[in-house]
Design a protein around this ligand. Structure first.
Ligand SMILES: O=C(O)C(=O)[C@H](O)CO
Ligand SMILES: [Mg+2]
Length: 262
C-alpha cells in the first residue's frame, strides 16, 4: 500500500510564526511538502529559496482571489465580464507554479455574483476552465477544481464533487482533476467513503480538516480511520494537504498522524 504524504498548509498551520518562518517550522515538524493558497505577495525567487533551504516540495497553489469580503473572494472563474482578469490570474499562477516547481494549480471557482443566474455563471466557469486547461497543456502543471461547501461559502459555483468531476471530464481529465477536501465534502454532501471511491481516479489532491470547527482530524465528526483506509486502499499517491485550524497549537496537534491516520 502507498505511504500517505501530508503537506502543511502554511496559511493555516504554523501561524504561531510569520509566514516566512513557516517553511523551516514545517520542515522541523517533519513535513516534506507545503501548500498555500496565495504566493503572490512574495517574489518567486524568495519562496524558491525558502523551499530549497528547508528541503520542501511546493505541492499546490491557487489562482489569485479577491480580498475577503469582495465579490471575487472565492475566485473569479465563474464571474461573467472578468474573463481577462481570470486569464491574467491563470498566467500568474502558472508563472509561480513553474518558478516554485509546483505541479498543481487550483483554479478557484468563485461565488455566483448578485444579479447573475447560476446557469450563466456555471457556463462562464466551464468556458474559463476549458481555456485554462488549454493554456496549461504542455506546461507540466495540472489543474485542480474544488467544490467548497455552501455553508461557509454561500453561492459557490460548484454544487458537488460530481459536478466538479463532470467539468474535469468535459475539459480534459488527464490535465484537470479534483481537489477533494474532506471538510467541504462532509459539510455539504457526507457519504465520504463512497464518494471518495466514486471519484478516486479523478482526484489529484486531497485536503483534510474535521467539521464542525475545521480543526485537526480526530477533533470532530468524521470517522477518519475508515476514510484514510479507503484512501490507502485506492492506491492514492498524491499529497494530502493539512488545511485546518489547529485547535491548540500546530505541533501539539500533529498527533492525529500517528493515531487516526496510522
Ligand atoms: O477553502 C478551501 O478549502 C481551499 O482549499 C481554498 O483553496 C482556500 O483558498
Ligand atoms: Mg480546501
Amino acid at each position: 500500500m502507498t505511504e500517505m504524504r501530508f503537506a502543511a498548509n502554511l496559511k493555516w498551520l504554523f501561524t504561531e510564526v510569520e509566514f516566512e518562518a513557516r517553511f523551516d517550522a514545517a520542515a522541523a515538524a517533519g513535513f516534506s511538502g507545503v501548500e498555500y493558497a496565495s504566493p503572490y505577495a512574495h517574489e518567486p525567487a524568495e519562496l524558491r529559496r525558502r523551499l530549497g533551504d528547508a528541503g520542501l516540495t511546493q505541492v499546490l497553489i491557487n489562482t489569485p482571489m479577491g480580498a475577503p469580503g469582495t465579490p471575487t473572494r472565492a475566485g473569479l472563474a465563474c464571474v461573467p465580464g472578468l474573463e481577462s482578469e481570470f486569464r491574467a490570474g491563470v498566467e500568474r499562477g502558472l508563472e509561480y507554479a513553474d518558478a516554485l516547481g509546483c505541479g498543481l494549480l487550483h483554479v478557484v471557482g468563485g461565488v455566483v455574483p448578485p444579479g447573475v443566474g447560476r446557469d450563466e455563471a456555471f457556463a462562464r466557469y466551464v468556458a474559463n476552465i476549458a481555456w485554462a486547461a488549454e493554456r496549461a497543456d504542455g506546461t507540466g502543471v495540472r489543474l485542480v477544481l474544488e467544490a467548497q461547501n455552501k455553508r461557509d461559502v454561500p453561492g459557490f459555483v460548484l454544487d458537488s464533487q460530481a459536478q466538479a468531476a463532470a467539468v474535469a471530464e468535459a475539459v480534459g481529465a488527464d490535465r484537470v482533476g479534483l481537489l477533494l477536501d474532506f471538510y467541504h465534502l462532509q459539510v455539504d454532501e457526507g457519504d465520504l467513503i463512497r464518494t471518495y471511491r466514486r471519484f478516486a481516479d479523478r482526484v489529484f489532491h486531497l485536503q483534510v480538516a474535521d467539521p464542525p470547527y475545521r480543526h485537526e482530524p480526530g477533533t470532530g465528526e468524521i470517522g477518519w480511520r475508515g476514510v484514510f483506509a479507503a484512501v490507502r486502499a485506492s492506491g492514492y499517491d498524491g499529497w494530502i494537504g493539512c488545511e485546518y485550524a489547529p485547535a491548540a497549537g500546530t505541533v501539539a496537534g500533529l498527533g492525529w498522524m500517528r493515531t487516526v491516520a496510522e
